[in-house]
Write a new protein. Structure first.
Length: 235
């Protein structure tokens, strides 16, 4: 809590009950005055009678204060942070909210929450790898998400780059979501990466799965992450 307060994620204030409309108002610490004004009915009242044995009340600030899940910004940011931490200098570049359409390739118009260009381990991997991603909070990953990103990855010529697909959530995956994601793999190709809250929250990507993965928890390549996904979710 001290860390979050120090970096402005939370703002500190007090809650007061207006004696006129009887609604509760949160007031930032810098704005608390003896004579405060109700945000609802504009009535001015003396708050000193309500100060006895009061606890602080905290509110999220900035992008964290939005009630629309930050339009997916937080899960995308966490996912990119984990990619950067795990891949280090092999993460060449990335872009967010990329829209795709084509006049000739067999893809559907779609958006990828992020696209990353990664340097592969050569040999035997392709020297260039493309990662297409979908990041969500608690909303489900549906058939449309899976189908569209699958077609997008299929459209990448194999002689140019190797493609991977990453689905991340700040929640956990349902049985249906896992089943849908698994369809993007084949018997001879593992290209799907799943990251739930267990991968996004810790500093080390597979810290919470160390008991299951053993040495596999040290994933420093997209192929390692796809293999870990297979072990954790698909077997």
């Amino acid at each position: 809590m001290k860390y979050l307060l120090g970096r402005g994620v939370f703002r500190t204030g007090l809650e007061f009950t207006c004696p006129n409309c009887e609604l509760t108002t949160w007031i930032h610490l810098d704005d608390v005055r003896t004579k405060s004004t109700c945000a609802y009915c504009d009535y001015t009242y003396d708050v000193t009678a309500q100060l006895k044995d009061r606890d602080w009340r905290y509110r999220r600030s900035g992008i964290f204060g939005r009630d629309d899940d930050q339009l997916g910004g937080v899960p995308v940011a966490l996912t990119l942070q984990q990619l950067s931490t795990s891949l280090h200098d092999r993460l060449i570049l990335y872009s967010t909210a990329v829209n795709f359409s084509s006049a000739g390739a067999d893809i559907e118009p779609c958006e990828s929450d992020f696209v990353a260009v990664v340097s592969g381990v050569w040999p035997p991997e392709s020297p260039v790898q493309l990662l297409f991603g979908e990041a969500k909070t608690s909303r489900p990953i549906d058939e449309n998400d899976v189908r569209k990103l699958g077609k997008l990855a299929d459209a990448i010529p194999r002689h140019l780059a190797q493609s991977f697909i990453l689905f991340s959530k700040t929640d956990t995956f349902s049985v249906d979501e896992v089943r849908l994601a698994k369809t993007l793999n084949s018997q001879y190709e593992r290209r799907v990466i799943l990251w739930s809250c267990d991968e996004l929250e810790p500093y080390f990507l597979y810290e919470r799965s160390a008991g299951k993965l053993g040495q596999g928890r040290y994933a420093s390549a997209l192929k390692d992450m796809a293999n870990n996904t297979h072990r954790l979710w698909f077997t």
